[in-house]
Ligand binder design. Structure first.
Ligand code: PLP
Ligand code: COI
Length: 339
């Protein structure tokens, strides 16, 4: 399929097969040199730990076509570090940062024709992952591993993009208090399929998870992090060991403080005290910044700024973040890596 069939104006978050993906094996105690391949199917052992015991992790980052025609990667070093932590948590070999970034660059270059043009708002989403493979049956770490990176051109994650969406509170947990919530591992997402589907069936964009120990504090907004803005110019985001430490969230914490002059607070976000926020949002690589219109809890919809209008602080954060990603605004040193 050629990209001439892609309509850049209607891209959503759906799989599109691109030209080449990166593939490297870990064998005999070391990562072997990676190759680019046209084949988008993996041939793996039936006993692979990734298939049976969830021994796998993944990342998500984007390449952006900048205003001057160059290509930007946003903080890939942070994704490399987080993937190394996820690998460590599941006893998988860590991919060195240099190898991770090199693989991402190779995949972007090889699929350059799939990067949405500047001005369309889309980006090339990169999906690095590590899986345990090889002949095995017991619950133990795999004898071999695959590190791969593929890419897909994407538009907005939530339909309609930068407009408020409503979310419902889930009674389910995606992770345990001392489990794998802070690691980007598939098991967390498997656990989120049913709660997410239930929320969508009830016409919400997704569900919000509360802390698994007490079910009283907001943890995450589906596959994105939560932030709230108070009337006192505070940027508040949950402090919890079972939340995925998002790179968008990390970046917004810095931008909120240094560029918008907000006070940044990592704190408990009690579900019974949502009145403290005048705006709220979900942030992540896929979600970018998605304003939260309202949160449905105990049969009532709590509306923040508005169900239809984006709040002024959320709007400023969005402009600053996406401005840096698309090369319109100078970012802090090291955030944007040219491909
Ligand atoms: N929380 C969850 C559960 C996620 O899947 C993601 C997406 O990666 C995030 C938060 C946001 O993380 P990031 O900003 O690094 O994409
Ligand atoms: C991301 O934002 O990169 C995510 O991982 C979200 C989702 C597609 C899993």
């Amino acid at each position: 399929m050629g990209n001439e069939s892609i309509n850049w104006d209607t891209l959503g978050f759906d799989y599109i097969k691109t030209d080449l993906r990166y593939l490297a094996y870990w064998r005999d105690g070391a990562w072997q040199p990676g190759v680019l391949t046209e084949d988008n199917k993996l041939h793996i052992a039936e006993g692979s730990t990734a298939l049976h015991y969830g021994q796998q992790c993944f990342e998500g980052l984007k390449a952006y076509r900048a205003k001057d025609g160059s290509i930007n990667l946003f903080r890939p070093d942070q994704n490399a570090l987080r993937m190394a932590r996820s690998c460590g948590r599941l006893l998988m070999p860590q991919v060195p940062t240099e190898m991770f970034i090199d693989a991402c660059k190779q995949v972007v270059k090889a699929n350059e024709r799939f990067i949405p043009p500047y001005g369309k708002g889309g980006a090339l989403y990169l999906r690095p992952f590590v899986i345990g493979v090889g002949d095995n049956i017991g619950v133990r770490t795999a004898p071999e591993f695959i590190f791969s990176v593929f890419c897909v051109p994407v538009g907005p994650y939530f339909k309609g993009g930068m407009k408020p969406h409503n979310f419902s509170i889930s009674g389910y947990d995606r992770a345990a208090p001392n489990g794998t919530g802070a690691a980007k591992v598939g098991g967390n997402y498997a656990a989120s399929l049913m709660p997410g589907a239930e929320a969508k069936q009830a016409h919400f964009a997704d569900c919000i998870y509360l802390d698994p120990a007490t079910h009283s504090k907001i943890e995450e907004v589906g596959s994105a992090n939560f932030f709230g803005i108070t009337a006192n110019n505070e940027f508040v985001t949950p402090k919890s060991a079972s939340v995925l430490p998002g790179i968008t969230r990390l970046s917004l914490m810095e931008l909120a403080q240094t560029r918008l002059g907000l006070t940044v607070i990592e704190d408990d976000v009690h579900i019974d005290n949502l009145d403290r926020f005048v705006e709220a949002g979900a942030c992540g690589t896929a979600a970018v910044i998605s304003p939260i219109g309202g949160i449905q809890h105990n049969g009532k919809l709590h509306v923040f700024h508005s169900e239809t209008e984006v709040g002024p602080v959320t709007q400023k954060l969005y402009k600053e973040l996406t401005g840096i990603q698309f090369g319109e605004v100078e970012g802090p040193a090291g955030w944007v890596i040219k491909v």
